[in-house]
Design a protein around this ligand. Structure first.
Ligand SMILES: [Zn+2]
Length: 181
């Protein structure tokens, strides 16, 4: 029984569904907001469930939108592989698990989505008129804008640090994946 709240965060995005493969789309439960942000940073279509969404609501949303539900709640049933239970662990450990178990490529399409609302970012033609701060305009780009919330992104130090972390997860988890288990 979908609630109006669910309807709001599960609205179809123009063109997204057609462009994204089914197993590349995720729904994080509200406890995994941090992970959702990093999956978006890596370029994965990742929605975040609203706080206190019930099990049925989460499963219905995941099914309807063709998403894998990522959750730390062991009481939620597996639902034929649609649910991936995660341990309560540090982010780097979750990153390793997702790479090894779900084949997450942490360098898939870095910073192609808004970290806050998951929308696909659009290239900004002219950084100056778009409102990119003057000190950042000399950067090599890309300069992007979120069509939903209007936020601007540029490859400043924060983005560079995040990219380095994504790269370390990509490298580290590849190494880990080759280790005999
Ligand atoms: Zn946005």
């Amino acid at each position: 029984m979908p609630s109006p709240t669910v309807r709001r965060f599960s609205e179809p995005r123009s063109g997204e569904v057609a462009r994204t493969r089914r197993r590349d789309r995720f729904l994080c439960d509200a406890m995994l907001g941090h992970l959702a942000r990093w999956l978006r940073a890596a370029g994965y279509d990742t929605e975040l469930a609203p706080p206190r969404a019930g099990d049925r609501t989460l499963l219905d949303s995941a099914r309807r939108e063709g998403r894998i539900l990522l959750t730390c709640d062991r009481t939620i049933p597996g639902d034929g592989g649609r649910v991936r239970h995660l341990p309560m662990a540090e982010l780097s450990e979750l990153a390793r698990i997702l790479r090894e178990d779900l084949g997450i490529d942490w360098l898939r399409a870095p910073f192609s989505r808004c970290l806050l609302d998951n929308a696909e970012l659009e290239q900004v033609a002219d950084p100056a008129t778009a409102g990119i701060p003057a000190p950042a305009r000399h950067l090599p780009g890309p300069f992007t804008r979120c069509p939903r919330c209007g936020r601007l992104f540029w490859p400043g130090s924060h983005v560079r640090r995040m990219r380095e972390r994504l790269a370390s997860w990509y490298r580290g988890t590849r190494k880990a994946a080759r280790r005999p288990s």
